[in-house]
Each structure stands twice: as C-alpha cells, then as structure tokens.
Design a protein around this ligand. Structure first.
Ligand code: PRP
Ligand code: ZN
Length: 302
C-alpha cells in the first residue's frame, strides 16, 4: 500500500495506444532497459530499480492516487479530465504534472458537421455535444456561458452526429483524419495536450524519491538533446560576430578555435536548440560562414 516503504519505483505506462512507442523510446534513450514478463503487463527494470506497469491510460491517475504506481506517462487530456472530476467532488488532486514530454501532441477540440453554420461558441447553445471528456467540455461551456447538453460516450464519438445522438462532438484531434473521414469540421480548441509525466502530489518518503530524481534528470537530458544539433563551421575573424548573431537557439557560449596556419579565419562550434533550417545555413553563409556541418547530439550532461 502507499505508506509501505518500497525500494523500487513503479511507473505506469499505456499498454497500447498513441503514447506507447514514444514513451518506451524515451525511456530507452534515457538508459533504462527492461525484461518483459510473459503476460507483457509488467516490465522489470534491469539497468535501474525502475519497473513498468502496462495499463489503460485512463487508469493511470487513479493508480497513482491509490499508491499502486509511483509515476505515470499519460496524456494531459486524461490528467486534466480526472483532475476536474475530483475538483467537482471537492477533492484536491492527489497527482500532479512533473514534466511535459513533447510527444503525443494532440488537442481536445469541438467539431461540428461541415455544413453547419458556425458563428462562435454561442452556435452550440441548446445543442447536444458527444464526448468522452464531460468535465473538460462542461468546464469550457461554463467559461463561455453556453448552455448545451453534454452526451457522454466512451468511444466512437465521431459518428454521433451521423447517428443522430448529438449535433456536435468534442474529441481528440491529432492529424485531423478522423474528423475529415466523418465530414466534421474543427471549430474550437478546449485543451492542448501532449504526453506528460505525472507523480503524487506529496514527495516520496523513501528510496523511491532518489530513483524518481534520477529518472527526472535522465529524462531532462534526453528531452534536451532531442532537438539539439552541434553546428560546426569556419569563418573569417572579421565576420565572426555577424555569424554568431545568426546562430539559432544557442544556450551556451560558442567555442572558437584557431585554424592551423591561418590567422585570418577560425573554427566555430555551438550547440543549437531547435531546428537548424536551410534558411539559417544560407543566412550564415551569406554572412561569411563556410564548411558548415550540422550533427545530431546523442548525450549531454551539464
Ligand atoms: C483519438 C480520437 C480520434 C483520433 C483522432 O482516439 O478519439 O478517434 O484519436 O486522431 P486523428 O486526428 O489523427 O485522426 P485515440 O486513438 O487517441 O484513442 P483514445 O482516445 O480512445 O485513447
Ligand atoms: Zn483511453
């Protein structure tokens, strides 16, 4: 139970769904390896005392609330829906978001039939809206002062307008393919979502606290290098300042070194955050940079 000391950390992840592969990939790149049980519901941590429990995403906040799991990877949509549900019952949420993980991006949106007129949120007044997220939708309607009927469906929300059980829907949209296939049009965003790491509202009182800190540091390092590139180039000393000003997203001082036998030119190295586009490279070339190389960054430890 939650107050019994434990020396291994148990992390809840989605068994199968949009977060599964990317979540596992993030853990692998952070140096965690696992031995899978035969039923594939439990993965024993081999490299660190951190185990995985594979479950339905909707169960993850509850598993953390009751102390069965210590941390969890879940969509912010699930987290916020369950947080609101508890708020409405007058409870403080026993879990909290520790990190946004940058994958599984999607949005909870309101969509209406393509031929329905839309003049803003008030167009929903008096309509039935089908959703699996009644709390988030109800909250959005309240904030916009709209009286509409929320129809709770646990799945296949997108076919509700065709079945005549609702006039509009509120569902997750990622590529938009599901909406297009059902002749629906996205008209308002209720929540921007991505995968997040959640943990208990209270800190751990035993060794699990150290394991959780270690995992967070590893994840931070992995997330940071994911979009980092090492940029290397040559430039004349006279153009050096101009080129440095054009470096996209640098967060450390670039390294400038001498080129053998050259007093007029130097080599420059910098770690850049975010995408380096062809446009960036062309701008730097115009400013005097030559021999530019862009390399992926594997690991980084400050
Ligand atoms: C969501 C949503 C849609 C689909 C939208 O379901 O209910 O069916 O994804 O994605 P698209 O815009 O790329 O077509 P999901 O697979 O996440 O399952 P769940 O919400 O039941 O966990
Ligand atoms: Zn689900």
């Amino acid at each position: 139970m939650s107050n019994k000391p434990r020396d291994r950390l148990r992390v809840a992840t989605q068994k199968s769904g949009r977060l599964t592969d990317a979540g596992r990939d993030l853990l692998t790149r952070s140096g965690l390896s696992f031995r899978e049980s035969r039923d594939r519901l439990f993965c024993y941590g081999e490299s660190l005392p951190i185990d995985l429990l594979l479950v339905r995403d909707d169960d993850i906040p509850g598993l953390i609330a009751e102390g069965t799991c210590d941390l969890g990877f879940v969509g912010r949509n699930v987290l916020e829906e369950q947080r609101l549900e508890r708020t409405r019952r007058g409870e403080a949420a026993p879990f909290r978001e520790l990190r946004a993980l940058g994958f599984g991006r999607c949005r909870l949106s309101i969509a209406v039939p393509q031929d329905m007129a839309w003049a803003g949120p008030q167009s929903l007044a008096g309509l039935r809206i089908a959703t699996s997220y009644p709390q988030l939708l109800g909250d959005w309607l309240d904030r916009h002062g709209i009286a509409a009927q929320v129809v709770m469906l646990s799945g296949s929300v997108e076919i509700a307008p065709r079945l005549g059980t609702a006039e509009a829907i509120c569902d997750l949209v990622s590529s938009g393919a599901t909406l297009a296939a059902n002749q629906l049009r996205e008209v308002a965003t209720v929540l921007d979502s991505e995968a997040v790491l959640i943990g208990p509202a209270q800190p751990f009182a035993d060794e699990r606290g150290d394991h959780a800190d270690l995992l967070l540091r590893r994840l931070d390092g992995t997330l940071q290098v994911r979009d980092s590139k090492l940029l290397m180039l040559h430039v004349d000393r006279t153009a050096l300042d101009a080129v440095i000003r054009l470096l996209p997203g640098i967060d450390t001082t670039p390294i400038v070194t001498a080129l053998d036998g050259r007093s007029d030119a130097v080599a420059l190295q910098a770690v850049c955050q975010g995408a380096i586009t062809w446009q960036h490279l062309e701008d730097m070339k115009r400013a005097g940079a030559r021999s530019m190389l862009v390399l992926p960054v594997e690991q980084m430890l400050a």
